[in-house]
Design a protein around this ligand. Structure first.
Ligand code: NAP
Length: 252
């Protein structure tokens, strides 16, 4: 449970090798952190994160196998983690960008993106919410995207999964209101991580540590929705009200 100063003691990262999520863990106050669970598919990045955080003096850092698409295993998975002790912060960070062109040509690839980003998130998000409600405290941070604010021609498959995820997370926050548990929806613009590597940079592209600082500040203030960086809120408001005939012609 958060201590008297509101500092978290335990964190669960769903998508435990995500660069934005790991930057968020790094930005959290360290004084009371004693349990970090990195839930991810096995990878060198996940192992390195465990080694690095442990070397930095956090005692209870563990990795557990987790696949967002294996929804049938989510109930047991979440129960095991919460039965071992309360979780103060859950970062729901897994996601795939996918290849828009390939996915348009092969619907099975589009379904794969939707299954990870939306269906998997709905499944694990509801299991997390059930346990946060039982605890009566804790925050779920959901990494949405500005891509979900208005789906663009160039990445509407990814964008539509983030639109669905965002709507789901907003509703979940409303459902948990008054229970002591809380949902923070984060809408980053383009962030320099392995997900965006090699892509031309969009205006206001930022770094994972900038997003992380915004998340930590927003958690402290009990915010429910935040753009990263903040001014993207105004850019997206403009884009959302742009006539479709103009929006369609925007550069990819
Ligand atoms: N980078 C950006 O420009 C940007 C912008 C807006 C929003 N976001 C969102 O922010 C979140 C974090 O992204 P990031 O930038 O930190 O990218 P990242 O480093 O690529 O992290 C995404 C993580 O999702 C994991 N993942 C993918 N499929 C999974 C599955 N089936 N089960 C479990 N884990 C799975 C990946 O793990 P594996 O190692 O197993 O593949 C990867 O570590 C994502 O939801 C992303 O959509 C990113």
């Amino acid at each position: 449970m958060n201590d008297a100063l509101g500092e978290p003691q335990s964190v669960l990262v769903l998508g435990g090798s995500s660069e934005i999520a790991l930057a968020t863990v790094n930005a959290l106050p360290r004084r009371r952190l004693r349990r970090i669970v990195l839930a991810a598919r096995p990878s060198a990045a996940r192992d390195l994160a465990v080694t690095t955080l442990t070397a930095e003096g956090i005692s209870g850092v563990t990795a557990v196998d987790f696949d967002a698409r294996s929804t049938e295993s989510h109930s047991v998975f979440i129960n095991e983690i919460f039965d071992a002790g309360d979780i103060d912060i859950v970062l729901l960070a897994f996601g795939v960008l996918g290849d828009q062109e390939a996915a348009e040509a092969d619907p099975a690839l589009a379904v794969e993106i939707a299954t990870t980003n939306y269906t998997g998130a709905v499944s694990i998000g509801l299991h997390v919410a059930r346990r946060l409600r039982m605890q009566g405290h804790g925050s779920l941070v959901v990494y949405s995207s500005v891509a979900g604010d208005r789906a663009r021609r160039s990445n509407f498959i990814y964008g539509s999964t983030k639109a669905g995820l965002d709507a789901f997370a907003q509703g979940l926050g409303d459902a948990l209101h008054g229970t002591g548990a809380h949902v923070l929806v984060v809408r980053p613009g383009m962030v320099r991580t392995k997900m965006s590597a090699g892509m031309p940079e969009a205006p206001m592209t930022t770094d994972a540590n900038v997003v992380a600082d915004i998340v930590v500040k927003s958690l402290r203030r009990g915010k429910e929705t935040v753009y990263a960086p903040g001014p993207l809120r105004f850019v997206m408001a403009g884009l959302k009200s742009m006539p479709r005939s103009v929006f369609r012609k925007l550069p990819r």
